[in-house]
Design a protein around this ligand. Sequence first.
Ligand SMILES: [Fe+2]
Length: 310
Amino acid sequence: MPTTTLPEYRVALPKELVADLARHAAILPDWKLTDGLLSPETAVAYRQTLRSFPYIAEFLAICDRLLNAPAGEGFAVLELADLLDALGTGNNGLHAVTALVSLIATPLRAFGRWPLWKALGTNLAIDPMRATGTGYNPMHLDIVNSTWPPDYSALLCVRPDPKGQGHSLVSQIRRAVDRLSYADTELLTHPRYEDGDFYDLTGVGEEWRPFPIIDGLSPLGGFVRFTAKMFADANSADPYIKAARALERELIVGQRRFLLGRGDMLIVNQHLCCHGREALGRGQEDVPESERRLLLQIFLRRPSPLEVMA
Ligand SMILES: [Fe+2]
């Protein structure tokens, strides 16, 4: 009999862990934030509750292996549908998911005017390439124009596109750089790139404008600050832009493509991967807004390499 195996980046939540989280969700406190980060008190409360669950250590080890260097591809999809079925996407559900991901890294509210979990609905009136748009959202890092972008960017799918499209895209950015010519790689080390505005942000350092795409640091602390959104206003004859286009081509060559179902949570390590989204299905105007695709976005911050060594 043929057997189907899950893609290697998918992480199923053991039913015992779902049951433990569901049983304890009501006693998980509402989160408090300190400088945009989950407060130490909340982190301790979550850890104290979850650390006794028998399957938690194994779950975290799998996440670590997928998400981080040297072995990991730099992304994972956690299957949380059973948890959302048990708890919904109100307070209990979000407390449980926040507690779970807080054991991977510290939740960060980077956008001052949005909640910790930022709703990304589907807006037919906005630029289609934006996160809430309906078009192709090309490869990028989140908050790319900062000195310290979030270490992980995560998207929890509450409602997939009813038209069955909007595939997620993820590509290993360091491998893409390795395939470039020496000349293109050298051009990408110059601070010649810009991307959009920078305001009301917390916990991501300072604005970096213009920034280099390759900062020369290791994946532990450094980034390859790429965003294809910069091409909208760029001079295509500029050699620096040509080099960035070469990187985009390599990212597309290496990209993984998959659909997020309800309850799937994509976590991307921004030191290793960039991400994007294909266009949603045609005919969105026929779908009531309350039934269109809905994701919840959260960022995660891990200890800095200096803190780890201290
Ligand atoms: Fe993004």
